[in-house]
Design a protein around this ligand. Structure first.
Ligand code: PEP
Ligand code: MN
Length: 345
C-alpha cells in the first residue's frame, strides 16, 4: 500500500504518518515528489488495513499496490529519479557517459584512460577491481590495490568512480572507496548482496541478469530500495539468446518498457552486451536514440594487451567519436521528449 499525502502536507503531518506506519510494525518509505509526497509501506505479509492511516491529517488517499514491486514503480513516484553526485547526475538532462577500463590492471593503464575520459568532459569513470570471471584461472582484479588507484583517479580528475562489488566483503571496501557501487549481471539475484547494497549510502548501479525478465530485474532493484537505499540506476547489458554474431543481445526495448513502469534511470552497456568493438558505436547511438539515460563503456589504451575484455574495448579515438555522436543524438531525443511532455500537459 502507499499513502498519498495532500500537496500541501506539512513535514509534521508526513512524520505522523511515518510514525503510525512504524507503530504498526511496518516500514515506511517516504518519496517526496514535485507535487506531493507518497509513502510506500513494506514489511507486510498480507493485505494492510488502511484505517489507521487514511484519516490522519494531510493524507489524501491510501492506494493498494497490485504489482509485485512497490518502491520502483511510478505509482509511488511519478517523477523520474535523478541520481546526483556532486556536479554529476544520471537520469537528469545530461546523457551520462560512464567510461573507463574493464579491469584496473595498473596505475599507468588506468590514468592514461582517465585522462581521455576527463578530456571528453565525461563525469564518471568505471574500472573493475573485483572481476567476476567465467574462468577461475582468468585475471580476477587487483582488489583493494585497484580501488586505491581508482580513488587516486578521483582525486586527480574529479571523476566519480563506478566499480563492482562481487560479494559482501568486496562491497564493504567498494562502499568506502567508490562513488557508485556496481552489482554485475551474475549477482542480480544474489539477494544477500542486494540487501547489503540497500544498506549502503551510495548509489547502486544494478545490471540486468543475463536471463532476467523485466519483473525479476525490477524486483532485484526493489530488494535494494526496500532496505532504504533509493538511489538505484538500472543497466541493460544484454541477454542470452540464440544469436551468435554478438556475445549477448542488447535488449533496447527494455529502455522504454522500464520507463513506462519505473521512475528509476536506465542506462545501457554496449560493451559487455556485444563483446565486439565494431558493434559498440552503433549500439551506443541506438541506446541514446531509444531514450536511455546514459551508457557504460569500456575503453583501453592498448586493448590487444588487456587482461580482460580487450576485444570490446574502444580505442581512444573511437571513444572520442562515439561521445560526440551520442551527445548529439541524446540532445535531439531530450528536446523531442520535452516537446511531447509540454503538449500532453
Ligand atoms: C563489467 O561491467 O565489468 C561486467 C563484468 O559486466 P557484466 O556484469 O554485465 O558482465
Ligand atoms: Mn568487462
Amino acid at each position: 500500500m502507499l499513502v498519498v499525502m495532500k500537496s500541501g502536507a506539512t513535514d509534521q503531518e508526513i512524520g505522523r504518518v511515518i510514525e503510525a506506519i512504524e507503530a504498526a510494525g511496518l516500514k515506511a518509505h517516504s518519496m517526496p515528489g514535485a507535487n506531493r509526497t507518497a509513502i510506500g509501506i513494506t514489511g507486510n505479509t498480507g493485505a494492510i488495513d488502511s484505517s489507521p492511516f487514511s484519516d490522519l491529517p494531510g493524507v489524501a488517499e491510501c492506494v493498494r499496490v497490485t504489482k509485485p514491486y512497490k518502491l520502483v514503480g511510478r505509482e509511488l513516484k511519478p517523477e523520474r529519479t535523478v541520481i546526483r553526485i556532486g556536479d554529476a547526475e544520471i537520469g537528469g538532462d545530461e546523457f551520462a557517459i560512464i567510461a573507463g577500463v574493464c579491469a584496473v590492471e595498473s596505475r599507468e593503464q588506468t590514468f592514461l584512460t582517465a585522462a581521455v575520459v576527463s578530456e571528453m568532459g565525461c563525469k564518471f569513470f568505471r574500472g573493475g577491481a573485483f572481476k567476476p570471471r567465467t574462468s577461475p584461472y582468468a585475471f580476477q582484479g587487483l582488489g583493494e590495490e585497484g580501488l586505491k588507484i581508482l580513488s587516486d583517479v578521483r582525486d586527480q580528475y574529479d571523476l566519480k568512480i563506478v566499480t563492482e562489488a562481487t560479494d559482501e566483503p568486496a562491497l564493504d571496501l567498494v562502499e568506502r572507496y567508490a562513488d557508485v557501487i556496481q552489482i554485475g549481471t551474475r549477482n542480480m539475484q544474489n539477494f544477500s548482496l542486494l540487501k547489503r547494497a540497500g544498506q549502503a549510502r551510495k548509489p547502486v548501479l544494478l545490471k540486468r541478469g543475463m536471463a532476467a525478465t523485466i519483473e525479476e530485474f525490477l524486483l532485484a532493484a526493489e530488494y535494494i530500495m526496500s532496505e532504504g537505499n533509493y538511489q538505484v540506476i538500472l543497466c541493460e547489458r544484454g541477454v542470452r539468446t540464440f544469436a551468435n554474431h554478438t556475445r549477448f543481445t542488447l535488449d533496447l526495448s527494455l529502455v522504454p518498457a522500464i520507463k513506462r513502469i519505473s521512475h528509476l534511470p536506465i542506462i545501457i552497456d554496449p560493451s559487455h552486451s556485444t563483446g565486439k568493438r565494431e558493434k559498440v558505436i552503433p549500439l551506443s547511438r541506438a541506446g541514446a536514440a531509444v531514450g536511455a539515460d546514459g551508457l557504460l563503456v569500456d575503453i583501453h589504451p592498448y586493448p590487444e594487451r588487456a587482461l580482460c575484455d580487450g576485444p570490446q574495448a574502444l580505442l581512444f579515438d573511437q571513444f572520442k567519436d562515439m561521445v560526440a555522436q551520442v551527445r548529439s543524438i541524446a540532445a535531439i531525443v531530450s528536446g523531442e521528449e520535452k516537446k511531447i511532455t509540454k503538449q500532453t500537459k
